[in-house]
Ligand binder design. Structure first.
Ligand SMILES: C[S@@+](CC[C@H](N)C(=O)[O-])C[C@H]1O[C@@H](n2cnc3c(N)ncnc32)[C@H](O)[C@@H]1O
Length: 297
C-alpha cells in the first residue's frame, strides 16, 4: 500500500509512480468507476470513453503516487477523506468548455420576449432570478448579466436581478468568482461589450464590479436530490451542454428537479445540440428566432 501524498491542491503531479505509464484500467475497474461516477453525479462514461476516463484518472493516481486504478477506487470508496477526493475526481473527469455569448439567440430571446413577459406578469418591483446550472467558469452567467444591464436596465431602471452560477467542478467555480478571463473566453465577445464591461488586467480581462455584484457562484451537484430542493423560485434556468454527459434516466431526474426549481411562467434553456424530446412532457415548447425555450405553464 502506498503512502498517500498530502492532498492540498490539484496542481500537476508531485509524486510520480515509476511505472505510471504502464498502468491500465481493467474492464472490472472501468465498470466500478463508471458506476461510482454515475451514481454520484449522473455522468455516464460510454464504453467508447474508457480511454478518456483512463487518462483523466491517471493524472490523479499519478498525483497521489498510487500503484493502480484499483487502489484509487478503494481510496475513493473507503477513505474518510473521500468527500474532498470526490471533488478532485469531479475536477479530473468533467469537461468545462464554455465562452462568453456562447448562445446569442437565447440571450436575444431573454431581452426581446422572456424577461419583458416575466416583468409584466409580476406585480410590484420587477425582480428576476436566474440560475446558470452547470455554469463552468461563469461565462454564461456573466454574459446574461451583461445583456440585461445593457439592453433591459435602460427600459426597466428598477429591475432587480439575481444570477446564481453553480457547477460540480470546484476549480471552475473558483475561476468564476474571480471574474478574470483570458482571451480564449472572450473570443466571441463584441468589442462594444468588451470595452464597456471588462477591464484589461495584464493579458487578461476583468468583469466590471457592477456586473459581478449581481452574480454569485457555488459548488453544486445537479444530481443530488436533496441539494436540488434548496434551489427554488427561479424565473429562468440555463442548463446547457451538460445533459449530453448523462444517460436518459439521469436526464429525466435532473430535468424533473429543474422543473420544480422554476416559478410558473419560468423558462428552461438547454444547449443547441440537446433536446427534452423523450425526457420531459411537462414543459410547453416556445419558439424564438433560432432557438427554443421550455416554459413551465
Ligand atoms: C461543457 S460545460 C457547459 C458550460 C456552460 N453551461 C455552457 O454551455 O457553456 C459542462 C459543465 O457541466 C458540469 N457538470 C457535469 N456534471 C454536473 C453535475 N452533476 N452537477 C453540476 N455540474 C455538472 C461540468 O463540471 C462542466 O463545467
Amino acid at each position: 500500500m502506498t503512502q498517500y501524498s498530502t492532498i492540498t491542491s490539484t496542481q500537476p503531479a508531485v509524486t510520480q509512480h515509476k511505472n505510471v505509464n504502464e498502468l491500465a484500467l481493467s474492464s472490472v475497474a472501468f465498470e466500478n468507476f463508471r458506476k461510482m461516477i454515475y451514481d454520484s453525479c449522473g455522468i455516464y462514461f460510454q464504453d467508447n470513453k474508457k480511454y478518456l476516463l483512463e487518462s483523466r484518472l491517471l493524472k490523479r493516481i499519478n498525483y497521489l503516487g498510487m500503484d493502480s486504478y484499483e487502489e484509487y477506487y478503494d481510496y475513493l470508496k473507503y477513505n474518510s477523506s473521500n468527500i474532498q477526493e470526490k471533488k478532485y475526481l469531479y475536477e479530473a473527469i468533467t469537461i468545462n468548455e464554455t465562452f462568453f455569448f456562447r448562445n446569442q439567440p437565447q440571450l436575444d430571446a431573454l431581452v426581446t420576449t422572456v424577461i419583458p413577459q416575466l416583468i409584466a406578469s409580476k406585480p410590484g418591483k420587477p425582480r428576476i432570478k436566474i440560475w446558470s446550472a452547470a455554469s463552468s467558469s461563469g461565462e454564461e452567467a456573466y454574459s446574461t448579466a451583461i445583456i440585461i444591464f445593457d439592453l433591459l436596465r435602460p427600459k426597466y431602471p428598477d429591475l432587480e436581478i439575481e444570477i446564481v452560477g453553480t457547477d460540480i467542478n470546484n476549480a471552475v467555480i473558483e475561476t468564476a468568482k474571480t471574474g478574470i478571463y483570458r482571451e480564449y473566453s472572450i473570443r466571441n465577445t463584441q468589442p462594444y461589450y468588451l470595452k464597456k464591461y471588462f477591464k484589461p488586467v495584464g493579458n487578461a480581462f476583468e468583469i466590471d464590479p457592477a456586473i459581478k455584484k449581481v452574480v454569485s457562484f457555488k459548488n453544486f451537484n445537479l444530481f443530488d436530490d436533496i441539494s436540488m430542493r434548496s434551489m427554488t423560485n427561479f424565473d429562468i434556468i440555463f442548463c446547457a451542454n451538460v445533459l449530453i454527459y448523462f444517460d436518459a434516466k439521469a436526464k429525466i431526474k435532473v430535468v424533473s428537479n429543474l422543473y420544480n426549481s422554476l416559478n410558473k411562467g419560468g423558462y428552461l434553456f438547454i444547449g443547441y445540440a440537446e433536446t427534452l424530446h423523450t425526457i420531459s412532457k411537462a414543459f410547453t415548447i416556445v419558439s424564438f428566432p433560432k432557438t427554443i425555450g421550455y416554459k413551465k405553464e
